[in-house]
Design a protein around this ligand. Structure first.
Ligand code: HEM
Ligand code: HEM
Length: 180
């Protein structure tokens, strides 16, 4: 059965993942470019922990989506926009899982241990050391910038719906009950 609206859990997961991704990218740029020191090390730790949190929440999103589905797109959209919306949503779901997985695998290979919030050791058993780790992290970087580009398009589409088409697309992703 197709639901008529997004469940509160779907909305909450959507916005928490969005906030974490918006934090992760500037943290990544800062940690990669700062000189060695305690701030750089701390940013690496927060990047890894926020990233692993996105992975867990991304998997939860996929489960809720598979179990519940999503409301149909608003009526009256041209076919190419419906196709673009579906394809970009699927790509966003894939990237919020694949990007952190690549970061986790690369860091485990080159720069163990991976600690979740300074406490839980979560290093994956990946051998190969620095060359393998660096190669995986290169793919992680490219995938992460692809995610950023797709999010920019996604936000532009959401704003177009809200400000130009003035339909309920953005409102139905916001907290609270939808008006009929
Ligand atoms: C959605 C989640 C994530 C996003 C959006 C993200 C984003 C990024 C970006 C944009 C960079 C490139 C920085 C640059 O070179 O300028 C990067 C690098 C990196 N990320 Fe992530 N990341 C995520 C998850 C993770 C996870 C889960 C880990 C490890 C557990 C991780 C570890 C790293 C490492 C080690 C680098 C290399 C930094 C360097 O070149 O020194 N990332 N990440
Ligand atoms: C990292 C950031 C983001 C990611 C990964 C993301 C991902 C997604 C995904 C996968 C969906 C599809 C939900 C489904 O059909 O199951 C979605 C829907 C939506 N997103 Fe985002 N999103 C992000 C940020 C944003 C931002 C900043 C806005 C608003 C400015 C936004 C507005 C929306 C809206 C309005 C929908 C509902 C579309 C509809 O009901 O047809 N998203 N998002």
């Amino acid at each position: 059965m197709t639901p008529r609206s997004c469940a509160p859990s779907q909305k909450a997961l959507h916005w928490v993942v969005a906030i974490l991704v918006f934090a992760l990218v500037p943290i990544a740029l800062a940690m990669a470019n700062l000189p060695d020191g305690p701030l750089k090390n701390a940013l690496y730790e927060w990047h890894k922990s926020f990233g692993l949190t996105v992975l867990a929440l991304g998997l939860a999103r996929l489960l809720v989506r598979a179990a519940r589905g999503a409301p149909p797109l608003v009526a009256g959209l041209p076919a190419w926009q419906r196709r673009a919306a579906h394809a970009s949503h699927m790509a966003l779901y894939a990237l919020i899982v694949v990007v952190p997985l690549l970061g986790w695998a690369g860091t485990s290979a080159c720069c163990a241990p991976v600690m979740l919030y300074y406490t839980l050791p979560l290093t994956l058993p990946i051998s190969g050391g620095m060359p393998v780790g660096e190669a995986i992290l290169k793919v992680h970087q490219v995938a992460a910038f692809t995610l950023v580009a797709l999010v920019a398009l996604h936000v532009a589409a959401a704003l177009h719906h809200h400000l130009v088409r003035r339909d309920g697309t953005l409102r139905r992703m916001l907290p609270g009950r939808e008006r009929a």
